[in-house]
Design a protein around this ligand. Structure first.
Ligand code: GUN
Length: 299
């Protein structure tokens, strides 16, 4: 079997299109412009790339983008004061503090200072609890993107066996909650899981989110299963001075030979993350103003 390739780039473009249409409606009918504030502390190069991409795409869908770049030595008090001002600012509907933060800042404290209604990352403890109890929450962007692609491919996920490899707060745990919410039978596997290949072979849906390049080989995959590869890893360069190739947590060629469907790296889950951030921002804006939310953009 040769797997259907799930095109995350095309899917993300559709999500952005839906967001842009809803944003245009919010402006025209209600005179509201959704706004997203992104806070970057320090100069981490990867974070700078992400933040720039977020700002650009926010503007492209017609929303207001507010960027706050703070020095790496910024104190917790100064950062918390900025968050308090963004919480109180009616033009800001979504707040994202780019992670990781410099080591002297307490990430949990900072994230939990964000108004949960503006927590478009879905990392605030209130949103984590709401998701875990099946209530309306802001849902973390990467797992939300994976869920959208799975729903589009399968229709109903009810009764399917899902194995999530990785137990991070950002992807693994919320992904498992979302799959459970769609009535999958869910296993969360991790570095201490015994006989991981056998566990993965049970799965109709495999979500790999461990950050280890090409860790999952094709002979772990049940024929016809759907493979969602969240990993973005750079291999060592073939020659000095060159850039290494980007690969996922799954060995693409061997998995694609067995799977029914698979997300490539790059061009799979990656583009969906920012698209879902935009979706969460428009959702947060609609909830704040008590107007109808766009359909199909939330869990
Ligand atoms: N750093 C890497 N991924 C993310 C994300 O999804 N949200 C935030 N805030 N920081 C990140």
């Amino acid at each position: 079997m040769s797997a259907k390739v799930i095109d995350g780039t095309a899917f993300a473009a559709q999500v952005r299109e839906k967001v842009a249409t809803h944003v245009a409606g919010l402006k025209e009918v209600h005179g509201i412009t959704p706004g997203l504030a992104v806070v970057l502390v320090g100069e981490d190069p990867a974070s700078q790339v992400y933040v720039r991409a977020k700002g650009k795409q926010t503007v492209e869908v017609g929303m207001a983008s507010f960027e706050h770049r703070l020095d790496a030595a910024t104190s917790e008090a100064v950062l918390l004061d900025l968050i308090a001002r963004l919480n109180a600012d009616p033009a800001v509907h979504g707040i994202l503090v780019q992670l990781p933060l410099p080591a002297h800042l307490d990430e949990d404290l900072v994230i939990n200072a964000i108004d949960p209604a503006k927590d478009v990352d879905g990392f605030h403890i209130s949103n984590v609890g709401l998701l875990a109890t099946g209530q309306k929450a802001m849902v973390p962007c990467t797992p939300l993107g994976c869920l959208m692609m799975l729903r589009a491919h399968h229709g109903s996920l009810s009764g399917l066996e899902a194995v999530v490899i990785g137990r991070s707060n950002i992807v693994g745990k919320p992904m498992a909650q979302l799959l459970l919410g769609d009535s999958c039978t869910v296993t969360i596997a991790h570095s201490r899981t015994r006989d991981l290949p056998e566990v993965v072979r049970r799965a109709d849906i495999v979500v790999a989110a461990v950050g280890r390049p090409q860790m999952v080989p094709g002979d772990w995959i049940k024929p016809g299963a759907t493979v969602i590869d969240v990993g973005i890893n750079r291999l060592p360069p073939a020659e000095e001075g060159a850039k290494g190739r980007l690969v996922g947590d799954c060995d693409y060629d061997s998995c694609a030979a067995v799977a029914g469907a698979i997300t490539p790296v790059p061009g799979g889950v990656g583009p969906m993350t920012i698209a879902c951030l935009l979706a969460n921002t428009v959702t947060a804006c609609c909830r704040a103003h008590g107007v109808p939310e766009p359909e199909g953009l939330t869990a």
